[in-house]
Design a protein around this ligand. Structure first.
Ligand code: FMN
Length: 251
């Protein structure tokens, strides 16, 4: 019996090792078409998806991300916010559409559009028995990614996605998420500090156990320790400047 979409979501985990089996053109097209049918804010479709087939370009992107799975995969996608076509309409019609796409709201709209399309691609790939991993590491050098991919003004690279047949070594269970009660609020946000702190403590213990089991006792880190370390460093502090250079967040 075919599994439900719900079942599929519950099996997700990022795959970082793939078999040397390139995706066919038909599969790539199907995945992109799945992405395109995601909802899109006001029908703006403010994104493009760039498929990377040139090994030299893959290699150059791997240098930026520092991750081997950027080159070793069945296929590599790069997802960009794309207001280039909107800017062409704007120029052709002497409009003032830049009030939308150069605003903070425009950035949110584009980012959400990209994420929705990408998650449709991810789920469809997983339904085909493929594995995926998102690659935010491409934002390590947005300027260089823009040069390599020849991105014009009003096009901004958000992340990549490696797709492929999971390698036989890729075995493991899905990473436990925050419990339902922690993320679901009914009618109003529950900001009860004691309750939230207690919930975090419980989750920390669960995640510590999970890492200990997975690493045979070598790794023992709670969720909040992990998140505190990661979020205490200002990652990619140049992003606002790079957004401005590309014509985003100017208004
Ligand atoms: C936008 C985004 C960017 C990500 N960037 C990377 C990345 O650069 N490299 C990587 O190995 N994983 C990356 N990931 C994968 C996350 O680390 C992963 O989804 C998270 O740890 C949860 O694990 P799971 O996907 O296996 O459930 C990214 C995920 C998202 C959504």
């Amino acid at each position: 019996m075919k599994q439900s979409v719900y079942d599929l979501t519950q099996q997700h985990r990022s795959i970082r090792q793939f078999k040397d089996e390139p995706l066919s053109k038909e599969t790539v097209q199907k995945l992109v078409e799945a992405g395109q049918m995601a909802s899109t804010s006001s029908y703006v479709q403010a994104y493009s998806i760039i498929g990377i087939t040139d090994p030299e370009i893959k290699k150059a992107l791997k240098e930026i991300s520092g991750q081997q799975h950027v080159v070793d995969n069945g296929y590599l996608f790069v997802y960009v916010i794309d207001y280039y076509r909107h800017s062409l309409i704007n120029k052709e019609t002497n409009g003032n559409m830049e009030t939308s796409f150069e605003s903070a709201e425009g950035l949110l709209v584009g980012t959400i559009d990209v994420a929705l399309a990408a998650q449709n691609v991810a789920l469809t790939a997983e339904d085909m028995g493929l594995g995926i991993v998102f690659l935010g590491s491409l934002r390590n050098d947005v300027g260089r990614v823009s040069e390599i991919l020849d991105l014009p003004e009003h096009v901004f690279p958000l992340f990549g996605m490696a797709v492929g047949v999971p390698s036989d070594d890729e075995q493991g269970s899905p990473k436990q998420r925050l419990p339902f009660e922690h993320v679901f609020h009914e009618n109003q946000y529950n900001s009860d500090k004691e309750q939230q702190l207690e919930q975090i403590k419980q989750y920390d213990n669960d995640i510590k156990d999970y890492y200990e089991q997975r690493s045979n006792g070598k790794r023992s880190e709670s969720w909040s320790e992990q998140i505190r370390k990661m979020m205490s460093q200002k990652t990619r502090p140049d992003i606002l400047e790079k957004l401005n250079i590309k014509g985003f967040m100017k208004k």
